[in-house]
Design a binder for this molecule. Structure first.
Ligand SMILES: *Cc1c(COP(=O)(O)O)cnc(C)c1O
Length: 300
């Protein structure tokens, strides 16, 4: 929200004179085609679509649904640039947004495509002229992608990308396992234990703050790093309520590693993701359950 400037911030797109409008999803979580059409005008240059749900309990979008929206908006204005924030979605389906017309597909290397090895970074894939334009903004006009600091981490990018499909599969298996456990215990889970998946995020609605907090404590206790730490809700920059985050990761902030987090506000849902290996994801989920049982929130 600060990047766009919805909440005023130094260096926001708004400060650069870039305006923004948003078309909320319909109540059932699908695209509001009618109002999307109305929102596109002469000034509209780019349409941004987010695949993953963030801190919302809507379903994530399938690549196919994203493709339908891209076809729709390009039908209205063919020169629109369609950018898809693909975070958490890479390698979950057999196609990616670039297969269905996205001009730019972007994501984080401390999530799926970094394979747990990339220590920092993001990727932008797509149309050459747009990638060049991004290069000029990232480094300097005139220099673009000809220069830039790689900080000696190229090996981790490539080895991480090599491992990324397998690592993403482990994380996905963990998410399905968590959905099945918490669904059987009566909690709303998004997605549920059997439906098709479009990213690695699993949401579990506890309805009470303690549920989110105990779940996160369990995930932290299962971490390979900092397992002795107790996570606590805190007012974090970039969020509009207290947020709790559990992660004991080899790469700081990495959420392809086993992690869980959530805002302390209704419906008190926790968002669980990652696990570099399936056995570790399983351990973490069972540990979250143990903490919930010990706190009396779940009775087995
Ligand atoms: C994590 C995330 C980002 C930001 O990625 P970073 O590498 O942490 O900067 C952007 N969009 C979505 C949907 C994300 O999940």
């Amino acid at each position: 929200e600060e990047v766009i400037g919805i909440r005023p911030s130094n260096g926001s797109l708004a400060e650069y004179g870039i305006s923004y409008s948003q078309v909320d999803l319909l109540a059932d979580g699908t695209f509001d085609y009618e109002n999307i059409k109305k929102a596109i005008n002469d000034k509209t240059k780019m349409v941004a679509i987010q695949r993953s749900k963030g801190y919302q309990t809507r379903p994530s979008f399938s690549v196919k649904q994203i493709g339908e929206l891209i076809t729709f908006v390009k039908g209205i204005k063919p020169d629109l640039v369609c950018m898809v924030d693909n975070c958490y979605g890479e390698f979950v389906e057999t196609i990616e947004p670039s297969d269905v017309g996205a001009d730019m597909t972007v994501g984080s290397l401390i999530k799926n495509p970094g394979g747990g090895l990339a220590p920092i970074g993001g990727y932008i894939a797509g149309r050459e002229d747009l990638i060049d334009a991004c290069g000029y903004r990232l480094t300097s006009p005139g220099l673009g992608r000809e220069v830039g600091a790689s900080l000696g981490v190229m090996k981790y990018f490539y080895q991480g990308l090599f491992l990324a499909p397998t690592v993403s599969a482990s994380a996905l298996k963990g998410a399905i396992f968590a959905a099945n456990i918490y669904e059987k215990l009566g909690f709303p889970v998004i997605p549920n234990g059997t439906e098709s998946r479009h990213d690695i995020i699993q949401a579990v609605e506890f309805g009470i703050p303690e549920g989110v907090i105990e779940f996160c404590k369990g995930i932290q206790a299962a971490a390979p790093v900092d397992s002795y730490v107790t996570p606590e809700p805190w007012p974090m920059p970039g969020y509009d309520s207290d947020v709790i985050m559990a992660a004991g990761a080899f790469v700081q902030g990495s959420s392809i590693e086993l992690s869980a987090d959530g805002p302390i506000k209704p419906p008190y849902a926790v968002y669980f993701q990652g696990g570099l290996t399936w056995p570790h994801a399983k351990l973490g989920i069972l540990m979250s359950l143990e903490y919930l049982v010990r706190a009396g929130i779940v009775t087995l």
